[in-house]
Design a protein around this ligand. Structure first.
Ligand SMILES: Cc1ncc(COP(=O)(O)O)c(C=O)c1O
Length: 384
């Protein structure tokens, strides 16, 4: 007998609202619903939090250690390369602010990025006399060849991309971009929130220097959770710009906190700004345990099946333009379609009980591993 959990049973248990059938949730690119086990864990931690003498330091810091381990397993890193963050943007800012950039250095991003990969660079450029450059996309989608050409301009020191575009669902080839950055001595920064959990990633193989991700979308985790991966060699070279009081080894002993010494942790904890939300990370761990019980490969495969269902339909449908690439290698969990009247189409989906997003004039559908083919059918019928 297979030891894979039964998906129908799991769906009912973890997402009890699916039993009613009134909602077909296709908005994971916006906010992921919390699994029942995560809600229970949060409740348990809230009760402990109400009586803090029941929670030991070991309990609290054990939660964070398990979160770092789960993040590392998911992206092919090691726990010492993971700093826990409260969202994606904070991680992007930590990356941006600790790079040793000099006046005149150039930072490159594709055009039409989510603002989390724009404003931190714009502000840094203004503050430090750098140049922030958005590379115009050749067509509607960003593409690797255009980005690679931009890297050969003089002064380029950083390439920062969304792994998966919030707008078009395009998944960039991180291995190709990362290899090109490494060859040229350019730092490679990735906003991964729209890709993590929807497709496999190996940060070492892709030569990623920093990868930031929040837990609130595809990771089905509480608001206030997230992480920043920092490549091990960089952890030791770079100093945090925003300095947490537990970024140093001397703060490990709470009985002698006034023995100040700026002896950074050797691992990525030097970038963390404690106090982090322990109970939210306990919830994060519960969601990660759910994914691991299903198996990341199976999660990715199920998402690919559901998105293929939308892509196949939209590519054949008159009056509808599939904006997301049809090639499965170039997309992940998001499928964006252009329709004649997106506001009316969005209203139809909403009244059919199908949460989705209207982004930049497109309908964005984002199913997860527990979404059923019937739910996709229902969305397509409403869209038609
Ligand atoms: C590409 C991308 N980056 C970042 C975010 C969110 O950033 P944060 O986790 O800081 O809210 C989103 C969506 O909200 C997104 O689509």
């Amino acid at each position: 007998m297979s030891d894979e959990p039964d998906l129908d049973g799991l769906r009912g248990e973890e997402f009890p609202w699916t039993k009613g059938g009134s909602i077909a949730y296709l908005n994971h690119a916006s906010t992921g619903p919390l699994p029942a086990r995560t809600v229970r864990t949060l409740g348990e931690w809230d009760r402990l939090r109400a009586e803090p003498w029941r929670v030991s330091g070991a309990d609290q810091f054990g939660v964070l250690a398990r979160s770092r381990e789960a993040c590392a397993r998911m992206i092919g890193a090691t726990p010492d390369e993971i700093a826990l963050m409260v969202n994606t943007t904070y991680g992007m800012n930590v990356a941006a602010s600790c790079l040793p950039l000099r006046p005149g250095d150039v930072i490159v991003t594709p055009d039409r990025e989510f603002p989390a990969n724009v404003y931190p660079w714009m502000a840094l450029a203004r503050r430090r006399g750098l140049e922030y450059r958005r590379v115009p996309n050749a067509g509607r989608l960003a593409d690797e060849a255009t980005l690679l050409r931009a890297l050969d301009e003089p002064g380029v020191r950083v390439l920062s991309v969304s792994w998966v575009s919030f707008e078009t669902g395009l998944k960039l080839d991180l291995a190709r971009l990362g290899a090109a950055c490494r060859e040229r001595g350019i730092w490679f920064v990735v906003d991964a929130i729209q890709g993590i959990a929807t497709a496999p990633i190996d940060v070492h193989a892709c030569h990623v220097d920093f990868l930031a991700c929040g837990g609130q979308k595809w990771l089905l985790s509480p608001w206030g959770t997230g992480f920043l991966y920092v490549r091990r060699e960089l952890v030791r070279q770079l100093e945090p710009h925003v300095v947490g009081w537990m970024a140093v080894r001397n703060s490990e002993d709470f009985t002698r906190l006034c023995d100040y010494e700026l002896n950074w942790f050797e691992d990525a904890r030097r970038f963390e700004v404690i106090t982090l939300p322990f109970q939210e990370f306990a919830g994060f761990n519960a969601s990660m345990a759910l994914f691991e019980s299903v198996g990341w490969e199976r999660v990715h495969a199920l998402i690919a099946e559901r998105t293929a269902q939308i892509v196949d339909w939209a590519s054949r449908r008159p009056g509808m333009t599939l904006v997301t690439p049809a090639d499965p290698a170039r997309r992940a969990g998001i499928v964006s379609v252009q329709v004649a009247d997106p506001v009316a189409a969005s209203a139809r989906l909403t009244s059919a009980g199908i949460p989705h997003s209207l982004r930049e004039g497109m309908i964005r559908l984002a199913p997860h591993f527990y979404t059923t083919p019937a739910e996709i059918e229902r969305a397509l019928a409403a869209l038609a």
